[in-house]
Design a protein around this ligand. Structure first.
Ligand code: GAL
Length: 671
């Protein structure tokens, strides 16, 4: 494990740098990420570079045994550049230019800006790309943050039209795919195609009525524009990678944002040498429950199915205008171990010291404004010091990957454009299934369909809406060969163009599911209905499908509402495997009971621990033994009981009742 810190030498007097490096080194940190917002100091005027101060800082790093990650500064185009070429600024859905004054004020499709960004990256690579202390590069900072993944500039429009020409070749093919005959929206040439910006229609119920998704646009246009926007971001990133690669070999990453929805991270991830992401469990807008943080780590690991970095790990109370909770004693250490347990091999804390000026004055890091090391500094130093205990475990074990939840950005986008029900969220649905499975200590993967089918025995396809016959055939082969698949409501309803299918629901999944959906009911305004099954009596919310069974057998029934007495969940034996169709949303408790049954019948090992809320269990394996990382995410000491004999990883003693301190962790192994 390596530990580092995000540092902004340009924010502090040079006379302080040495003390900061000394303190970082004394805390056991070995890496410093620098420069990702420093353009105005690196190139104060066009073509006049000043890297001398960076040299001086790197000399100090060397003296203190520290290495560095180099960020390219393209998230903050300097004022001279914006003044010289205001066309680089992004434009929002309503046609307003988003100006200078915060950050990310550029449009990914602007070719001038892409060249400027690649040029400064190349200058940095020429000067520092072979520096012996350079460990990795980070391009830009958090692509898409502050709602910048989509831009509505003339360049984005032209780029989109080119992209459509390549995809469809013939305008009639586009009209057909989008069904643009609806409301006379047919295009006679590609040059007529619009961007999904400001229109007449508005969805007053949408949480952001001015957003692209609330303006009644054609769903095929929306999906293609979202796809194009990911491609524009990848091209922007790749231009910098190419520039760097002409002079420098260390790996290049970009800091992603966990379950951020606006970019297809599976596609962007394939252009990164390794995945890294920024983990803020708690800040001014709320606190992510530990299972959601676990889900985000797992999603990030699933992009390449390889270990990853946390490039920004929260290390203090955070906010811009208001402050989130101060991490309780032990919590920063727990977040760090949680990251490692889920597959992080390097953790970089954000940020070294709270800045005195600028927007992020309240975003505290390891040190406060006064620069004096206190409790958080000591906690991080302790975390680094004790990290060696588990080094071998992280090195020598993998994730079982026999259970997987399929994550797909195109499905996410389609559901975001038209969520069916105000209570529906694709990401939350995935998190519910992830949590229900993770409770049983199986460390479910969250990955693409390809990744899931490669290694899992139990695959969950939540609201897998956009399908073609090829996907359905792959699922059928997987189940025929003995796999278990869980398909939920709103699966198999659309084609890849985001058009509704003409077939009965669940479309090409009908055969494997052994049923059709006769009727459905979106449960609006808090309406619920009772449902009964192996989990006892529960309440269905959000959505109910009433199932017409063919070969499937009912496993749960509606007890009330318009579908009273009809099947809600059904199980179909297909070849050597099983397909379960879940036609409604049920409570986390009921889902967890079902998940246990699916895990057992898929022949996957359940953990020996009795699940408890607040206790996270991550399983890793060396192919022979299972290792369980137990984490107490509460401020109270807790006891965890094991139903089978396990040994402490550190003492090798057999243990049955394991005491976890507040925010405490331990590792046990089972032979
Ligand atoms: C992150 C970002 C950092 C910093 C932090 C606090 O999302 O990457 O640069 O801005 O948030 O806002």
């Amino acid at each position: 494990m390596l530990f580092g810190v995000d540092y902004y030498p340009e924010h502090w007097p040079e006379t302080r740098w040495e003390e900061d490096c000394r303190l970082m080194s004394a805390a056991g940190l070995s890496l410093v990420r620098i420069l990702e917002f420093a353009w105005s100091r690196l190139e104060p005027e066009e073509g006049r570079y000043d890297f001398s101060w960076v040299e001086r800082f790197l000399n100090l790093l060397e003296q203190h045994g520290l290495q560095f990650v180099l960020g390219t500064p393209s998230a903050t185009p300097p004022k001279w550049l914006v003044d010289k070429d205001p066309s680089i600024l992004p434009i929002d859905e309503s046609g307003r230019t988003r100006g200078f004054g915060s950050r990310r004020h550029y449009c990914f499709s602007n070719s001038n800006y892409r060249e400027h960004a690649a040029r400064i990256a190349e200058e940095l690579a020429k000067r520092f790309g072979n520096h012996h202390l350079l460990v990795a590069w980070q391009t830009d900072n958090e692509f898409g943050c502050h709602n910048t993944a989509l831009s509505f500039t003339p360049e984005a429009h032209a780029g989109f039209i080119d992209w459509l020409k390549r995809k469809y070749q013939d305008i009639e093919a586009l009209n057909e795919a989008w069904g643009s005959v609806f409301w006379s929206q047919e295009y006679r040439s590609f040059d007529e195609v619009i961007l999904p910006s400001h229109t007449v229609a508005r969805d007053p119920g949408a949480s952001a009525p001015d957003s692209m998704v609330a303006q009644g646009h054609n769903p095929g246009l929306l999906l293609d524009f979202q796809r194009y926007s990911t491609d524009a971001i990848i091209a922007f990133h790749q231009a910098q990678v190419d520039a760097i690669r002409r002079h420098s070999d260390p790996p290049v990453t970009h800091n992603l944002m966990g379950d951020f929805p606006d970019i297809d991270y599976h596609r962007l991830g394939s252009h990164l040498d390794f995945v890294s992401w920024d983990n803020y469990p708690s800040f001014e807008w709320g606190r992510a429950p530990y299972n959601v943080v676990g889900f985000r780590h797992t999603l990030m690991r699933g992009l390449k199915r390889r270990p990853f970095w946390v490039m920004e790990q929260q290390s203090g109370p955070c906010g811009w205008r208001m402050l989130g909770d101060t991490p309780a004693p032990g919590e920063i250490g727990l977040w760090s171990l949680q990251a490692a347990a889920h597959g992080a091999r390097t953790i970089v804390y954000f940020r070294w010291r709270a800045c005195r000026t600028g927007t992020e004055q309240y975003w505290y890091g390891i040190l406060d404004h006064d620069g004096i090391p206190r409790r958080r500094y000591r906690e991080i130093a302790d975390t680094v010091e004790t990290a060696g205990t588990y080094e071998q475990l992280w090195e020598q074990t993998q994730f079982p990957e026999d259970v997987a939840v399929v994550h797909d950005y195109e499905h996410l986008w389609s559901h975001r454009f038209q969520p069916h029900n105000p209570g529906f969220s694709y990401t939350e649905l995935l998190q519910r299934y992830y949590t229900a499975l993770a409770t049983w200590g199986v460390s479910p993967a969250v990955t693409s369909l390809e990744g899931a089918l490669e290694s899992a025995r139990l695959v969950v396809l939540p609201a897998y809406s956009l399908v073609d016959s090829d996907t359905a055939a792959r699922i059928e082969r997987f189940v025929t060969a003995g796999g278990t698949v869980i398909v939920t409501y709103r699966s198999g309803i659309r084609d890849r163009n985001n058009a509704m299918l003409e077939e009965p629901i669940p479309g090409p999944f009908r055969r494997v599911a052994g049923l059709t959906v006769g009727e459905f009911d979106s449960l609006n305004f808090g309406r619920t209905t009772t449902v009964e099954g192996a989990f006892g009596q529960d309440r269905a919310a959000v959505w109910t499908d009433s199932l017409d069974l063919e070969s499937a057998e009912a496993a749960a029934w509606y007890g009330s509402g318009p579908f009273a007495g009809e099947p809600a969940i059904a199980v179909n034996q297909f070849g050597d495997g099983t397909c379960v169709y879940v036609g409604c949303d049920i409570s986390p408790e009921a889902l967890s009971t079902l998940a246990r049954g699916w895990i057992e019948s898929a022949g996957v090992q359940l953990s020996p621990f009795v699940p408890q809320s607040g206790i996270e269990i991550v399983r890793r394996t060396d192919g022979r033994l299972s290792y369980y990382v137990l984490m107490n995410h509460t401020g109270r000491a807790r006891l965890v009981e094991s139903t089978r004999p396990v040994q402490s990883y550190t003492t090798q003693q057999e243990v049955r009742r394991i005491r976890l301190d507040p925010y405490g962790t331990t590792v046990v192994r089972e032979s």
